[in-house]
Design a binder for this molecule. Structure first.
Ligand SMILES: CC(=O)Nc1cnc2ccccc2c1
Length: 456
């Protein structure tokens, strides 16, 4: 209907429809801004993705942990100018407590490590999947929530930990059919920036803010990055050195710039050696321009990228040895990664790697006559107790023709028909929809048990 048709000049038809709905009292059926529903088909895909994340985590010896989606706001308040904290989904609850929907999982993990303190045997390898939130002005219409897979290793100083994290990520890519031709993982160390800032006499507490600024080098004109660095007291000479280091094309060049004793170079050398040993060298690329945008990284950082350069970062992570200290606790060496559910699904879609998942039921049980509903219910339940995935037709009046169509829809393997004649001869009719065979079986033969059948 056009607005004109409803005689209301200038109102869009949507407004009119909405008004019509309101008159019927229908609520707004769309989910809150920036959030999404998962209908059964979406949920099958999400469960498929989470299933791979879970399998890989367990295969790599990580233990699952979880945290509240709501945290005290102060857990995420940082002063390094990060987007993730400037877009905090925060609020006051009915007790005037300052809370926030978590924008990431790492601070919560750090809080749990602090809570366990000395009782946590180290090193520990934890994993989780959690919904994370941001409050972005809808100017950009982007989502305000996504699900993130996180793996973290607590209590290990050396790059053996980062290698394990990369091993988990590459294992996941292999499982879903992504190859090193599709995707790479850029690896760098923030210790090169640290060395330059120390040399240039930039105070230690500027380090995080410098990283957050230079992380924008791909998105902002260099002039703007230089301005922002100057804005926090970094001399233009130091800025020249930082940008020169970020432009180096190889570890050798970086070593020429920073000297033979530089820790960043040593860490990266060792990490590439381990990557060879894991057989994952094809995935790993040195890239001196990668710093990641989170303030708390202190060492190795990495990010998964689509080699066609179309998509945003697939995943990212690194070492964050100072986070426990920043939260007022005693430091432990820590490193980890976050892997969101959005970009990976775009990549899998683009590469034709999304699986074709249907509602899988093994047996569909139908009472051909309403009087036989008790018998059909008993058969269905007994099949379930034997571990079969069974749907029982609940609505009356369904006939064979409908049952066949429905069985196809739910990809059932067998149609179990409970009919008057067969039942009178002590049988149920089984149609195998894969082999197209049909046979009449006694319930005992079908179920290897007769327990409830005596009752019906
Ligand atoms: C591509 C995408 O949905 N990114 C996304 C969506 N929601 C978020 C929510 C919190 C933090 C980061 C987020 C990132």
């Amino acid at each position: 209907r056009s607005a004109e048709a409803s005689g209301k000049p200038g109102r869009s038809s949507a407004a009119v429809d909405h008004q019509a709905d309101e008159s019927k009292g229908l609520i707004d059926t769309s989910p809150p801004r920036g959030t999404r529903d998962f209908d059964p088909q979406d949920m099958r895909l999400r469960s498929w993705l989470f299933g791979h994340w879970q399998d890989v985590s367990r295969q790599c010896g990580f233990e699952q942990v979880d945290f509240p989606v709501v945290e005290n706001e102060e857990l995420f308040v940082r002063k390094a100018g990060e987007e993730i904290t400037s877009q905090l989904y925060n609020f006051a609850d009915k007790g005037q407590r300052r809370l926030a929907l978590r924008p990431e999982l790492t601070p919560s993990l750090a809080r749990l490590v602090l809570k366990k303190a000395k009782s946590l045997p180290l090193p520990a390898k934890w994993w989780t999947i959690g919904q994370c939130w941001r409050y972005e002005r809808m100017t950009r219409g982007r989502r305000r929530e996504h699900y993130q897979w996180n793996c973290d290793i607590i209590g290990l100083e050396g790059v053996a930990a980062e290698a394990e994290l990369l091993a988990a990520i590459t294992l996941f890519f292999e499982r879903v059919g992504i190859t090193p031709a599709d995707v790479g993982i850029k690896v760098n160390s923030r210790k090169s920036l640290q060395a330059i800032l120390t040399q240039a006499g930039v105070p230690e507490e500027r380090f995080a803010a410098v990283c957050v600024i230079v992380d924008k080098i791909e998105k902002l004109p260099e002039e703007k990055v230089r301005e922002e660095l100057a804005g926090i007291g970094v001399t233009s000479k130091a800025a020249d050195k930082i940008l020169a280091a970020m432009a180096t094309r190889s570890l050798e060049d970086l070593e020429k710039l920073l000297g033979p004793d530089n820790k960043a170079v040593a860490d990266l050398r060792q990490l590439f050696t381990l990557a060879e040993a894991y057989g994952m060298a094809d995935w790993i690329v040195f890239d001196a321009s990668v710093v990641r945008g989170l303030s708390y990284y202190t060492g190795i950082v990495f990010e998964g990228f689509d080699r066609q350069g179309v998509l945003r970062a697939i995943c990212g992570g690194g070492r964050y040895d100072g986070l426990l200290g920043a939260l007022g606790g005693e430091n432990q060496p820590m490193c980890g990664f976050g892997f969101g559910d959005a970009v990976i699904m775009e990549l899998l879609q683009d590469r034709g790697l999304l699986p074709d998942l249907s509602h899988e039921v093994e047996d569909l049980v139908l009472a051909l006559d309403e009087d036989l509903r008790p018998q059909a219910s008993c058969i269905a339940q007994q099949l379930r107790q034997k571990g079969r995935r069974v749907d029982l037709v609940l609505e009356g009046g369904r006939r064979m023709k409908w049952a066949f169509k429905h069985a196809e829809r739910i990809s059932a393997q067998r149609l179990v028909l409970v009919g008057k004649e067969e039942w009178a001869q002590g049988n149920v009719r089984i149609k195998n929809l894969e082999t197209r065979e049909q046979e009449d079986m006694t319930p005992t033969a079908l179920l290897d048990t007769t327990s409830c059948l005596g009752a019906v």
